[in-house]
Design a protein. Structure first.
Length: 222
């Protein structure tokens, strides 16, 4: 298949997985990557227009392919795409927001945490996207792309003021990320967040978070 044929096959929603076109895209990785990047840039320029197109899913295949390719040039466009406010990220990508965005961001990560910081710290960004960006830090740490101390330090800065101290799902995501890392040294910050009413205990129960953290040994300071 030619590149135009692949893109044409991947563009519409048909209810079936375009296996032939996806395999062809993977086989022609170098040639198709610039085209996939252009797809993302087009979405970034006018996300609402693409969010309204229920029959168009080329940008989703572009996301997954570029993540599979670990294409660092996709990092900033992906972050900008999901910085669209309100429900637009869900209109664009559906369950990918909560079921894969963290891994996509980590797969295309170019070494600069600034785009992730921007997603997490902006009150304009969808709160589920903000939580997914926090979870991207866990993937980066677990895959050796970022050291644990950097992740803990950044999470601590969120508790200390970089995250507006007003309840949102972003706070739920933060305490869960701390537990999943796990970062026992942030236990007191977690407890204070609950005491201040920042976390929804029906989403993340304090006893469960404490159990996850207390059972983990405090890392050596040596």
């Amino acid at each position: 298949m030619t590149i135009p044929e692949i893109l044409k096959e991947l563009e519409p929603y048909t209810g079936r997985f375009p296996m032939k076109a996806m395999n062809a895209a993977i086989e022609q990785r170098e040639a198709i990557t610039p085209e996939l990047l252009r797809v993302l840039e087009a979405v970034v320029e006018n996300p609402l227009a693409f969010a309204r197109r229920q029959d168009y899913i080329l940008h989703l295949f572009a996301l997954f392919l570029l993540a599979q390719f670990r294409e660092k040039r996709a990092y900033e466009p992906v972050a900008r795409m999901f910085s669209a406010p309100g429900e637009t990220p869900f209109d664009l990508a559906g369950d990918t927001v909560t079921g894969g965005l963290n891994r996509i961001l980590a797969s295309v990560y170019d070494g600069s945490p600034a785009p992730l910081h921007g997603l997490i710290e902006s009150e304009e960004v969808n709160e589920y996207v903000r939580s997914a960006a926090m979870d991207a830090f866990l993937v980066l740490e677990h895959t050796g792309q970022m050291c644990r101390d950097e992740v803990v330090g950044y999470f601590r800065s969120l508790f200390q003021g970089k995250l507006l101290r007003k309840h949102s799902y972003a706070w739920d995501g933060l305490v869960c990320a701390v537990a999943d890392l796990p970062a026992s040294e942030l236990l007191e910050e977690v407890r204070q967040a609950y005491a201040d009413g920042l976390v929804d205990s029906t989403v993340a129960d304090l006893e469960g978070i404490e159990r996850d953290l207390v059972d983990q040994p405090r890392p050596s300071m040596l």
